[in-house]
Design a protein around this ligand. Sequence first.
Ligand SMILES: *Cc1c(COP(=O)(O)O)cnc(C)c1O
Length: 507
Amino acid sequence: MESIYQTKDNKPFDDLFLHKGPKGIEAYEDVVKQVSTKLKEVFSNVDRPYIGKKPSEIQKEILGLSQLAKRGESLSDFLEAIDVPILKNSLHISHEKSVAHLHCPPLLSGIAAEMMISSLNQSMDSWEQSTAATYVEKEMISWLTNRFGLPAEADGVFSSGGSQSNYMGLLLARDSFCEKYWGCTVQKHGLPEGFKRMKILCSVEAHFTVQKSASQLGLGADAVVTIKTDDHHRLSVPHLYEKLRELREEGSLPFALVGTCGTTDFGSIDPLAELAEAAHSNGLWLHVDAAFGGALIVSHTHAYKLDGIQSADSITVDFHKLFYQPISCGAFLVNDSRSFTYTNHHADYLNPESDEAEGIVNLVNKSVVTTRRFDAFKLFVSLRVVGIDRFREMIDHTFSLAKKSAQLIDRLEAFNVLNVNPELNTVIFRFQPEAVPEEQLNTLNHSIQQQLLHKGIAVIAKTKVQKATYLKFTLLNPRTEIQNIQSIIKEIEFLGVKELEKRRMIQ
Ligand SMILES: *Cc1c(COP(=O)(O)O)cnc(C)c1O
């Protein structure tokens, strides 16, 4: 008689999962081999950062793919089918001339970690679903709180990135203020009656997710009061004090101050120590958005710029920017672990209160999401395999490249650089030959940026500075060299001159 405990040698779905049986192991090896062969081919043939197609062309090619096969098709046929539409039509972020956004080439150690993360598929909500991963994340959080100089009571949790971390910082700030000021538990009772008086302060150059978080937190984007910046695009402290006075006089309740460590455009760093002092003397929660600049913890040349961050109540740091991890990977840190009471909700099936008494660590208590990826592993693997020294060298290389690039462009007659001495690794400039009237410069630079993209020459960013269009390099790639920048600049000049000639002929 067949035992009910007996399992068949070959079950119907054996080739679809990674498991102990021979079919599972073989199928896994085959999948990895096929995908890596395909990617090798794609990456060996990358000669431009972008293929240059228009959005509509790509959309059409993707539409052509969308017929689903009822019984499935072989992976190799599928990889052939997506070769151009998806793989070759993608932005090649690891190309030296892909220098637009805070969007990094991923380290191979991060890619290796991703393979393990998805194969193990741990979920970071409860210890029972992430038995070892929970402790890896805790180790990485300790490493970070140490590096940022936070006290022993500090704590943190990994997040999907800067947006989520900023949201969490302001959530804790809001709830802690409502408790202190009104004795109101927002988690349970919602916002107190006087909530419309609550204000968040940040500089005009802070990230838009400050406003977005205020909206999502029920305070409304209007609760964000922006402060002017100084000549170096840093929050102006005299203006901060002035604004605080004004707000108090009108009966508003400023409760949070967001300092930025690395603004998206200029990479500028607010005077964090002075912000900490202002926050402290005015009873404000200080949240530091170091999504970009947090990487300075591993820099030799720039680490001193972080001074003051150790006094923040909460900190945002991203690893899918200057730490070269595959998307997504970020962390949210707090100065005092007790702040997490405001994110803590218990569910009997997942993280019962009794677990806490038994010392069982359920990381869901600290997060705004439930199922969560083991992203901390990417940082862990990379710190071990790449090593802190090479991280430091890579990051410092990009800072020095930015400086060299800014100086190089500054020496050219037909160009104007706004930050000849970049704070981090962005360079903001425009093509501005003499005798071209101001009103033409915006469309001219816009057109140059688009042509570079659609000719697949280089992927650079455009931004607005006081309503004028500028071009931007975000130099994250440690493999980008000054020669690459020189060649992009040559192309910009070439395209710019051609565009001006075309315009003259039309006139
Ligand atoms: C990138 C960035 C964010 C948003 O982070 P995501 O990881 O994209 O969600 C917030 N603030 C700053 C300063 C950033 O650079």
